[in-house]
Design a binder for this molecule. Structure first.
Ligand SMILES: *Cc1c(COP(=O)(O)O)cnc(C)c1O
Length: 229
């Protein structure tokens, strides 16, 4: 059920999901890449557990949410039924929610400041959890957007590792809405290559094929699967 209280038709949802899968495969082949190396995060924010369940039943296991509170309300039950699922936090994280984020998510893609690195490190130790971390990079240098600047990324990565003992797997970006995304995707890929980070999370419903052409290893697709929010 989305914000308009319209239940998502299951057949349509699976058809849209399969269409996205096919387009990922095509984009990968066009780029000379193996589609198996591209992870699809199905972004289920604002959609209910009832809307998500058919996709789980269809075999998909990797999902993204942008709010800790919302994820806590719907995912614990789903996880009981599907213990092998992988939940990604793709929205900004406040330090007062770190405990819940570390408990409920398998991947946090939005690490972007020292204070958060420190509080995640504390919670990982306390909960004996292993959560994959990606650093969010503000490629557009937008004042209102989270993320470290590309020039700060190397120092921040070093600090995450050396000061806080964190395992950083990759980088994530959200290009400015009105901009042509490819230069941002290229910049993120170059940065990841230079920093020797394997995971590159970029591309949403409107531009995931371009992101794959630019080297994305993780795409985050919401509305193209679940419908308009
Ligand atoms: C909502 C969201 C997405 C998915 O957006 P769609 O355009 O619906 O595919 C991807 N990434 C982030 C960070 C988001 O908040």
């Amino acid at each position: 059920m989305n914000a308009n209280d319209q239940p998502v038709a299951h057949g349509e949802l699976i058809a849209r999901y399969e269409a996205v899968r096919q387009r990922i495969a095509d984009a990968s082949h066009n780029a000379g890449r193996d589609p198996a190396c591209i992870k699809l995060v199905a972004v289920s924010k604002t959609f209910s557990a009832d809307d998500i369940r058919p996709l789980l039943a269809h075999g998909h296991r990797c999902f993204g949410e942008n709010r800790v509170q919302e994820a806590m309300a719907k995912w614990p039950k789903l996880r009981e039924q599907f213990p092998d699922l992988e939940l990604h936090l793709i929205g900004p994280l406040q330090t007062n929610k770190t405990r819940e984020a570390v408990r409920h998510f398998d991947v946090i893609q939005t690490l972007d400041r020292e204070k958060l690195a420190s509080s995640i490190a504390v919670e990982l130790a306390k909960q004996a959890r292993d959560v994959k971390l990606l650093i969010q990079v503000n490629t557009g240098l937008e004042a209102q957007k989270a993320g470290v600047g590309a020039v700060e990324a190397e120092a921040f990565l070093a600090s995450c590792r050396e000061k806080y003992g964190l395992n950083i797997y990759g980088l994530m970006c959200i290009p400015p809405v009105d901009a042509e995304p490819s230069p941002h995707f290229d910049e993120l890929r170059h940065l990841a290559t230079r920093l020797r980070l394997a995971d590159i999370s970029m591309g949403m419903s409107g531009d995931y094929e371009r992101a794959i052409a630019c080297g994305a290893t993780i795409v985050r697709v919401g509305s193209a699967i679940f419908g308009a929010r």
